[in-house]
Structures are given as C-alpha cells and as structure tokens.
Design a protein around this ligand. Structure first.
Ligand SMILES: Cc1ncc(COP(=O)(O)O)c(C=O)c1O
Length: 394
C-alpha cells in the first residue's frame, strides 16, 4: 500500500491536491507590517547610519521594556549573544560549561569557540529542558575528576518554554557558576510574572528570521539587569572599544546588530504581543485536535511559551514524517541527534546511553507547522493528516 493511499484523512480526498502549507509564513506577516517596515528602512537609506544607527538604541530600549527591565544590547546573531557573555566572564581554557544535550549546536559550539569544554547534561521528559538533578550529578562528576573548573551553566528554553530557573539558579548560586539563558527560541515567553530576559543574569536572544521575533537576516540581543555587564557587552561587540573606538580596552570582536535589522525588529515588535497570543491559540487548537493521538508538547501551569515550535512525540516518526510530506504537510525534526552523539562533540560526551532522555526524545520528536497566521481549517487539515498517519501504523 502506498503512503498516500494508507492515510487519506477525512475531508481530503485521495489524490486531492490541496494547497501547500508553509512551515512558517513570513510573507503573511510582511503583508501586515509592510508599510511600517518599508518606511523605517527608507528612513535609514536617507540618514545613512548603517552601523549602530539610532534604530539600534531605539530597539534596545524597546526590547528591555518588553522584557520588563534591565538593558538590551543588540548583537549580530543569537550565537554572538551566547558568546559575548561567556567572554565577558573570562571563561576559557580549562573551564567547564554545563548545557543540555538536547539543543541546537550553537549552544555548545560557543564554549568550544572560546577554549572551554561543554559538559552535556540530560533533560527532563516532562519539559524537554535541562534536568536540575542531572546538572547536579554532572557538576559533582567534573569536580571529582578535577580536570576542568566548573564555571557556567547555559540553560535553554527549548521550543519556547522557559526552563526551571528557580532550581537551576539555586544550584548556580551554591556552586558559584555563571548562569546564561539561551533564549534563542523563547524571547517573549514568561515564567510566573517574569518575562524571559529577566530570569537570569544574562539572556541571549536570536532574531533569526524564523524565530518568534525574527528579522530579515541574522540578529540577536543580550539582555541583562546588570549595567556593568551591559557596558562590557557593548565594548566586546565593537572590537573591545573603550571611551572611543580607537581606545581598545579589551580583546573584542565585530558582533554588532545592523541598523536595518533593528528597524525590521522595531516594526515587528509593534505586533509581537498579538502574534504571541496567536501562537498560543494555534497551540491550543493543535492540543485539542491531537489529544490522545500523539504525545503533546510540554506545558507548565505557571509559564507562557513563545511557541517557537510545536513539537509532538510519536513512534515510527520517520514513517509519519514521510506520509505527511506526501499530503503536503511539512514537518521538521528538532533534533535528530543529541549533541553528545554528534561526531564533532563525541570527545566531550560519554557516548550512547549516557543521557537517555535526550536520546529517546530525538527518536520521537516531530515539529509541525507553527506560526501566528495558521487558520483553523489549516490546523484542522494538519491535525487530521497527522492523526491518520499515526493511526495507519498502529
Ligand atoms: C537554542 C538555540 N541556540 C542558539 C541559536 C543560535 O542563534 P543564531 O542562529 O541567531 O545564531 C539558535 C538558533 O537557531 C537556537 O535555536
């Protein structure tokens, strides 16, 4: 039986050619904000301050306001937003940086890039985020081995859901570790009454185009409540500049956010709260239609996710993915392998079986289309196709 004939979902005749569904729909968003984006970019073409123009400072103030306090420092990407805070703490050779194995490679490549060693930690099945108990074990192991000095923890809010900051911050305080939040997927999320950006001493946001708040190229920001740290980040992004650009007070880099990207983000911030509410609406509709049929994404009673991704857990994931593709439903695997099993990181990990929850999640995870412009009939079509594909293998 072909994949197509095995799963014709209700309402979709076999062989019917329904419109292709985008995984994210940046065009629909652009139609909504076109006049604001175009006007803001035209203004920059007029004033000509393409590097650190006034829009960058305006965006930084707006991001800090949105997050609920502190300062924001615009940088060139989410990866730089992770790298600069570690550089600022003087982390390097001989230092251990603890991070979850179930994340994008950028989280781990940054410690390696500055000479430090990533130490992979398992995640919780209930949240997909860093497991505090596994973190405590990893810290104890590193201290016992005596080869590396524990220095920092990078906590990742995977798919947009904030991690367990209270417990992780308590461990960091006790162990004297710097806590860096990788909020590449979660800017806009909230834990209790506190927004991402104010949950850790430093928070890295990514504005990669497909992120909940994305620009039209690469971009990122570091958020911090500490003005001294913010000043160091501003210096580091600008070749270590001091009082002026030819007063070099530290070794820095070029990690500035472009003025044009800042302008795009200012236009998108105008609708960001509304888009976050739409993402929540999409997630709730999926939850309702898929409950009992697949493993639903984690929720936390006291948290609001930014819903960067809507990820389900299923058996026979690769077969289901192929069947969805036949029916014009795109999906993605974040992530097919935990980082400790990737060849490039093998020397930092303990191999297969060492971080079982991350390993099992990578076998079963599947991301469905998620963006604020998904309408109810389309969500219905996706959910029906998923349910039929899953049932076909049962
Ligand atoms: C968890 C995580 N960390 C870091 C990054 C890096 O962000 P950027 O692509 O903006 O450098 C990403 C982006 O995909 C991410 O998903």
């Amino acid at each position: 039986m072909s994949a197509k004939s095995s799963i014709a979902p209700a309402g979709l005749a076999q062989g019917a050619s329904a419109a292709a569904i985008p995984f994210v729909d940046l065009q629909a968003q652009y139609r909504r904000i076109k006049s604001s984006v175009d006007a803001r970019i035209a203004r920059i073409l007029d004033h000509g301050r393409f590097i650190l123009g006034p829009e960058v400072a305006e965006l930084e103030a707006a991001l800090a306001r949105f997050a609920g306090g502190g300062e924001a420092v615009g940088v060139a990407s989410g990866t730089e937003a992770l790298r600069l805070p570690l550089m600022a703490e003087g982390i390097g050779l001989g230092d251990a940086v603890f991070l979850p194995a179930f994340t994008f490679t950028a989280t781990a490549e940054v410690p390696v890039a500055i000479g430090a060693s990533p130490v992979f930690v398992d995640v919780e099945a209930a949240s997909f985020n860093l497991d505090p108990a596994s973190l405590e074990r990893a810290i104890a192991d590193v201290k016992r081995a005596g080869r590396l000095k524990p220095r920092a923890v990078i906590v990742v809010d995977l798919f947009g859901l904030p991690a367990d900051y209270a417990r992780i911050a308590e461990i960091c305080q006790r162990e004297n570790l710097f806590l860096l939040a990788d909020a590449a997927q979660s800017f806009g999320a909230r834990l209790g009454n506190v927004r991402v950006g104010c949950l850790a001493p430093a928070t890295a946001a990514s504005f990669f185009p497909s992120k909940p708040l994305g620009c039209y190229g690469d971009g990122g920001a570091i958020l911090t409540g500490d003005p001294e740290r913010a000043a160091v980040y501003r210096s580091l992004r600008m070749h270590g500049a001091g009082a002026d650009r030819y007063d070099i007070v530290r070794i820095g880099t070029n990690a500035r956010l472009d003025t044009i990207q800042a302008a795009v983000l200012l236009a998108k911030l105008e609708i960001f709260a509304d888009e976050l509410a739409s993402r929540e609406r999409v997630a709730r509709t999926y939850d309702r239609l898929l409950a009992g049929k697949v493993g639903l994404p984690p929720r936390h009673a006291d948290a609001a996710s930014a819903w960067a991704q809507y990820c389900i857990l299923i058996d026979a994931r690769d077969r289901v993915k192929a069947e969805l593709e036949v029916h014009g439903v795109p999906s993605a695997i974040y992530y097919p392998k935990p980082l400790h099993l990737q060849p490039a990181y093998a020397r930092y990990g303990d191999g297969e079986g060492s971080l079982p929850v991350a390993e099992q999640l990578c076998e079963r995870i599947l991301a469905l289309p998620m963006h604020p412009y998904l309408d109810e009939p389309t969500i219905g079509r996706i959910a029906a196709t998923v349910a039929a594909a899953v049932a076909a293998g049962a």
